[in-house]
Design a binder for this molecule. Structure first.
Ligand code: NAG
Ligand code: NAG
Ligand code: NAG
Ligand code: NAG
Ligand code: NAG
Length: 494
């Protein structure tokens, strides 16, 4: 890391403040509390943390999940899957909204499938007319793109180009190879959202061979033994390590995921032992995606986790992790699922998963903490306290976002920290007194964001020893509140 140039991206080592303890202790001694740092963007990719990971992807604005609209140059109308899918495509809309927006599934740098609003795919399986009726994509649903900036020619794998007709249909019978002035076979593409940059997009964007070397390099260098050393020397006693479900399939996980994260997790445990840290393994990405975000490795923003098959597969991953690490003295706990979506994951489904996951971990370890993350979105964390998820050493992970709200942008570093203490305290206290699981707080802060980058560093908060580490190690922003329990790290991604 030290040899690299800094770039604009930031890596959040989130604040993890925990009311649970490293060892059994009846005294309220803050030094035994868990003060952990989240090793984000390492074994689960988050593009905003390290944007340069994507630099070498060809057509990198057309990744899985990118949302596009297509306007016929000839008709000056948008391509539309009426009702969100289920019938023939029309090219008759003056304005584009959800029915005119398609999510890309990337097959190669030039081959894509188009997913409609309700989940079906554009298909050429019905003869000449393109329809929005395929439930799962194959060759008939795969389109080859020739691109000239925002202009596209689109052809089927059999070589036939798409065109629009005067009666507003989309057909696959353009008679020849179109030129860029052949308006009826040329489409203007608007990218309306391109906000998923996770493991799926990175691996599938590069394709298997190149992806392997990109992931290898990243996993080897993004977090290293020197980070563990630094962390342990600065009052932190644990790390939370996000992992993806494919770790259980190492070294050959299902495509497009790339093996090697298990090896990296083993190395993390090795460093943890050397530097006296504990590890929380956090299942951050579950099969099908539990929140539709890049950090759950969603392909296109869909949340498909809550199915029997996916949940069983997830429990198998927990079993794998618990079996492998239960006897490791550095294991502090296993977090069963990061940030399930309140909108898409029903509480009873989650509670049932959490209870079974708890039992699996307990079958290997009497002491490892079992950590339950609250649902994100519109859900009260109390819902997990009332669910009786497990008998011993349970923890609820609360995620407080001091960001995404203009209110926080006005706060300086100290005020941000005070906000956690003052405004979040009543809830934490009420949860703590609810006589249920212990509380673990993940707090994500805007401090040092792109807009304030570098300006908030306040020398009186940052001991010299830390500043002198920060610079050579590219921790260009680090804030430490010396009040026990809260630390915020940020550093430059690359
Ligand atoms: C916590 O425990 C350590 C070691 O036993 C002791 O040195 C320290 O003074 C204690 N701190 C507090 C705040 O009680
Ligand atoms: C789609 O178009 C074809 C060809 O014009 C027509 O035969 C078919 O009935 C249409 N299907 C629907 C669902 O509108
Ligand atoms: C390719 O497939 C489409 C859709 O099935 C069909 O309309 C077209 O005629 C085919 N083209 C060739 C060259 O076979
Ligand atoms: C791109 O399209 C324009 C017309 O819009 C054309 O003049 C130009 O030659 C095309 N570029 C390539 C590389 O084909
Ligand atoms: C943050 O703002 C407060 C006023 O609310 C001020 O007292 C404090 O010095 C500021 N801290 C920093 C680090 O700028």
């Amino acid at each position: 890391m030290a040899t690299r140039l800094p770039r604009a991206g930031l890596l959040v080592f989130a604040v993890l403040l925990a009311a649970f303890r490293l060892a059994d202790s009846s005294t309220d001694n803050s030094s035994s509390k868990v003060r952990a740092v989240n090793l984000g963007g390492w074994l689960v990719v988050e593009g905003w943390i390290k944007p340069s990971l994507f630099d070498g992807v060809p057509n990198r604005d057309m990744l899985d999940g990118t949302q596009v609209q297509l306007k016929s140059v000839g008709l000056q109308k948008y391509v539309c899957a009426g009702d969100g899918g289920g019938s023939n495509v029309t090219v008759d809309r003056d304005a584009a909204s959800s029915w005119e927006t398609f999510k890309l599934w990337r097959i190669s740098m030039n081959e894509f499938q188009f997913r409609c609003f309700n989940g079906q795919f554009l298909t050429a399986s019905d003869g000449d007319v393109i329809s929005a009726t395929a439930d799962s994509p194959g060759d008939f649903e795969t389109f080859y793109i020739e691109r000239n900036n925002t202009l596209l020619h689109i052809k089927l794998l059999n070589g036939s180009y798409l065109q629009v007709t005067d009666n507003n249909q989309l057909t696959s019978n353009y008679p020849s190879q179109p030129g860029w002035d052949d308006a009826m076979a040329t489409f203007e593409m608007t990218i309306v959202a391109n906000n998923l940059h996770g493991d799926y997009q990175l691996a599938n964007g590069y394709g298997p061979d190149k992806a392997k070397s990109v992931f290898e390099e990243h996993r080897k260098n993004f977090v290293s033994g020197s980070d563990f050393s630094f962390i342990s020397q600065n009052g932190i006693n644990a790390v939370r390590i996000p992992v993806g479900w494919w770790i259980a399939y190492d070294p050959d996980p299902p495509a497009p995921f790339i093996g090697g994260s298990l090896n990296a997790l083993d190395r993390a445990f090795h460093w943890a032992q050397i530097y006296g840290l504990k590890c929380i393994i956090d299942l951050h990405a579950a099969p099908g995606s539990q929140n539709g975000m890049e950090h759950s490795a969603s392909r296109d923003g869909s949340v498909d986790w809550p199915s029997e098959a996916n949940i069983q597969k997830t429990l198998d991953v927990i079993n794998f992790l618990a079996q492998r690490y239960a006897d490791n003295p550095c294991l502090l706990g296993i977090e069963l699922l990061n940030e399930p979506s309140a909108a898409a994951v029903p509480l009873d489904t989650l509670v049932s998963y959490y209870k079974t996951g708890y039992q699996i971990v307990r079958s290997y370890s009497d002491t490892a903490y079992v950590i339950f993350c609250q649902r994100i979105g519109n859900a009260d964390p109390m819902e997990l306290y009332q669910a009786y998820l497990g008998a011993t050493n349970t923890v609820v992970d609360l995620h407080y976002y001091n960001l995404f709200d203009p209110y926080f942008e006005k706060l300086n570093a100290t005020e941000n920290i005070q906000f956690i203490y003052k405004n979040r305290l009543p809830q934490v206290q009420s949860l703590n007194s609810a006589n249920g699981p212990l509380v673990f707080i993940d707090s994500f802060n805007q401090i040092g964001s792109h807009s304030h980058f570098g300006k908030m560093l306040s020398p009186f908060l940052v001991p010299d020893a830390i500043s002198s580490y920060c610079v050579p190690h590219r921790y260009t922003f680090m804030l430490i509140c010396l009040t026990p329990g809260v630390m915020i790290f940020r550093r430059v991604g690359k």
